[in-house]
Write a protein that binds this ligand. Structure first.
Ligand code: AP5
Length: 215
């Protein structure tokens, strides 16, 4: 799944994972786990992510190879936020070929003024990662997760200045992937401005109509 920051990739990837029983692999979450650890890489990654730039392709390739080699990925997996440039797309082609899997790109698009509001309102569970929004999906108890009661937090890279950098990274590096996957007939385009359940319905319908699928 690719799309602008705040377009709803994480929200939809989690729903699809529950529905289809494929693990959701968010490269943003994998990187944030390293940032919150004592790893020697943490400082450098934090700096890159808090500036809104993309993290080095080689780091992503190792993380992805390691995560997708785990047993729960054998039947397939949902990548949330990968690939983000043509080099990563090529890495994914090689990885998928070595795992006898095929790749379909789901591309989310949304007006920029809407996504800025979504990002401002986003709150994420500090324990399980559940995604809320104070405008469109507030928790039952303000500031706490409905699922496990842990505190909710805003992300460090959700300030307006950093979001503008993340948007620029999307436009310059990630958006060209749409043509790459369209040219090879592996593109699903989603209007991310629809309500969450409508977006999910559309994704499931299209995935279910692909040859050999029954989502
Ligand atoms: P990452 O964590 O992937 O951030 P992102 O791509 O900018 O996307 P977001 O997580 O901000 O948004 P989302 O589309 O998942 O939206 P969400 O569902 O939360 O990456 C962070 C950083 O890590 C990058 O900047 C980069 O530095 C690095 N990185 C990650 N992957 C990398 C890679 N492959 N290569 C290099 N660097 C990488 O929804 C947003 C809000 O809207 C929520 O509050 C939600 O409740 C609400 N919402 C969702 N859908 C709807 C809807 N339909 N209607 C109303 N509200 C909605």
């Amino acid at each position: 799944m690719i799309g602008q920051p705040g377009a709803g990739k994480g929200t939809q990837a989690r729903l699809l994972s529950d529905k289809c029983n494929y693990p959701q692999i968010s490269t943003g979450d994998l990187l944030r786990n390293i940032v919150s650890s004592d790893s020697p890489m943490a400082h450098e990654l934090r700096e890159t992510m808090n500036s809104g730039r993309l993290v080095d392709d080689g780091i992503l390739a190792s993380l992805l190879s390691e995560r997708t080699s785990q047993a729960d990925c054998q039947g397939g997996y949902i990548l949330d936020g990968y690939p983000r440039n043509l080099h990563q797309a090529q890495t994914l082609e090689d990885l998928a070929a070595s795992q006898a899997k095929s790749v379909v790109l789901i591309s989310f698009s949304l007006d920029e003024d809407v996504l800025l509001k979504r990002i401002t309102g986003r709150r994420t569970c500090t324990r399980c990662g559940e995604i809320y929004n104070i405008f469109s999906r507030p928790p039952a108890v303000e500031g706490y997760c409905d699922i496990d009661g842990a505190p909710l937090a805003r992300r460090g890279d959700d300030s307006e200045t950093v979001v503008r950098e993340r948007l620029a990274a999307y436009r310059n590096s990630t958006a060209p992937l749409i043509a790459y996957y369209r040219d090879t007939s592996r593109l699903i385009e989603v209007d991310a401005g629809q309500p969450v359940d409508q977006v999910q319905k559309r994704i499931i319908e299209i995935l279910g109509s692909l040859p050999g699928q029954s989502a």
